[in-house]
Design a protein around this ligand. Sequence first.
Ligand code: PNS
Length: 162
Amino acid sequence: MRRAVCPGSFDPVTNGHVDIVQRAAGLFDEVFVAVGVNRSKSSSRLFTPEERMAMLEQACGHLDNVRVAGFEGLLTDFCAENDVAAIVKGLRAVTDFDYELQMAQMNASLTEVETVFVPTSPEYSFLASSLVKEVARFGGDVSGLVPPLVLEALTARLAERA
Ligand code: PNS
């Protein structure tokens, strides 16, 4: 069985993430969506790891071969522990490439894991969780950019924090 992982912070999951996960699910037998739980960054997150994972479960619920997991520490350790052969990353623009290449090469130096880059669909090329949060915080319409359940959670969380 060929397994892949789509790793990220997913704070929160966007339609761009779902597009990449869906396409990875078509290429591999099984795909983990792995939420990085880096405790040092937790205070800057809008959602807890558990909330991010619950949103991903729902957003990817239509994909039978996708499982949501959390991971702490190195992504390559997660890959080794779960028999994952490939890391799938979406590339939005050339500006993503430098950092993603560096991470891919670092990960390849740690284990035999391959990184597969998937070009983001053009309609999502500008999409980032950080921008979604900023636009939503100032009252902009992000309803076309995130799954409906995320829009609901985002609206509620921002209202709590206002
Ligand atoms: O959504 P993000 O914030 O771009 O996700 C980044 C993530 C979680 C994929 C990356 O930070 C990561 O892989 N973290 C795990 C720690 C690790 O393995 N670091 C070495 C990377 S070369």
